[in-house]
Design a protein around this ligand. Structure first.
Ligand code: 13P
Ligand code: SF4
Length: 348
């Protein structure tokens, strides 16, 4: 975080970090906007939360806290500020609102969705429950509030295995990320199926699977392939490859390390490989490279999340100026969603 409120001071600090990443003319414009955001943030008693995927000039300047979706949920739960500005996507801002019904939660762009959150509805969850009665529903945090409201417990990529294991049940419904579910099934030794339109026969007596998934995917992480990994390893045999668990189980298996976004960052900070390749949203590689100039980060990167990409410094300034776009959640849904988020936070 850069607390600077003058344009010159902000520019100097951003330049020291990002001279190799962001062109100078752009840095000057961004510095002016970031300094203005910092002034307004103090005036309006706001806190800014920034996801690890934010573009470098934003990530390194205005957020009071940066992190993965679990860390930012915790920060949202703890804040005493009047306004929470979420530099991330809608489901993250909704989670902050679920935890803080009395506060104003702002998302700087209305277009910041998520392909996983869009892949499932509350009615889909109700149907799954009917099909598999009594089976607990674990819902990835990348879902909207009405889906969380139909669930027993949430999880993020940082705690998915711990959440599934905490239930001590033979079977779980794990939605909506097909690949994350596959990766959790692999790690926990569970067999996974995906529901079909057919009715389930003898569910109680002929159970030969323990996880029931859903065919949702992250439109960014599904693009990485085992072929990509082979090609990079051929050219750079000493590369260490990190894959987010939203990548396919085959990609995760072919990589060297897999975890949520903050765990990937910490892994790179703590190890000394000749070079690293990140199979995740591209901005995170830029952010790590800026903070750790001694590390060599390979780029396989034309892949930016089109939703995270919507959040800019300019829109964040407008959000603070106009109190937009406010997250509103029906109170009955919020209360039910709160219990699945709260249950997750109690686990870790
Ligand atoms: P993390 O919880 O690991 O930050 O991931 C969120 C996300 O949307 C990844 O695509
Ligand atoms: Fe959703 Fe994928 Fe974007 Fe993350 S990277 S917000 S999972 S679309």
């Amino acid at each position: 975080m850069i607390t600077e409120t003058t344009t010159t001071g902000m520019y100097e600090q951003l330049k020291a970090l990002l001279a190799d990443t962001v062109p100078d003319f752009e840095l000057r414009i961004k510095a002016e906007v970031a300094a203005e955001i910092n002034r307004l943030k103090a005036e309006k008693n706001a806190v800014i939360l920034g996801h690890n995927y934010m573009e470098p000039a934003l990530f390194h300047s205005i957020p009071d806290y940066v992190g993965d979706s679990l860390e930012l949920s915790r920060k949202a739960a703890q804040t005493d500020k009047d306004i929470i500005v979420f530099c991330g996507v809608r489901f993250m801002a909704e989670t902050a609102k679920i935890l803080n019904p009395g506060k104003k939660v702002l998302l700087p762009s209305e277009k910041a969705g998520c392909s996983l959150a869009a892949s499932i509805t509350a009615a889909d969850v109700r149907e799954l429950r009917q099909k598999f009665p009594g089976v607990p529903v674990v819902t990835y945090i990348n879902t909207y509030a009405d889906v969380k409201a139909e669930s027993d417990i949430c999880c993020t990529s940082a705690n998915a295995i711990a959440v599934v294991e905490s239930l001590h049940t033979d079977t779980v419904i794990f939605i909506p990320d097909e690949y994350l579910a596959g990766n959790v099934a692999r790690e926990t030794g569970k067999k996974i199926i995906f529901p079909t339109r057919e009715p389930v026969k003898n569910f109680e007596t002929e159970l030969d699977y323990q996880m029931i998934g859903w065919p949702g995917r992250c439109e960014v992480h599904e693009k990485f392939t085992v072929e990509d990994i082979r090609n990079v390893r051929k050219q750079f045999p000493d590369v260490v490859i990190l894959a987010h668990p939203e990548c396919s189980p085959e990609v995760v298996e072919a990589s060297d390390f897999s975890a949520g976004t903050t765990a990937m960052i910490r892994y790179i900070e703590r190890t000394k490989a000749p070079r690293y390749l990140l199979l995740t949203e591209c901005s995170m590689g830029d952010n790590i490279a800026a903070a750790n100039p001694e590390k060599e980060m390979l780029r396989l990167c034309s892949i930016r999340c089109p939703h995270m990409n919507q959040i800019t410094l300019e829109d964040t300034l407008e959000a603070l100026r106009k109190d937009q776009y406010q997250i509103v959640i029906d109170e009955v849904i919020r209360r039910r969603a709160y219990s699945s988020v709260e249950r997750m936070l109690a686990i870790g």
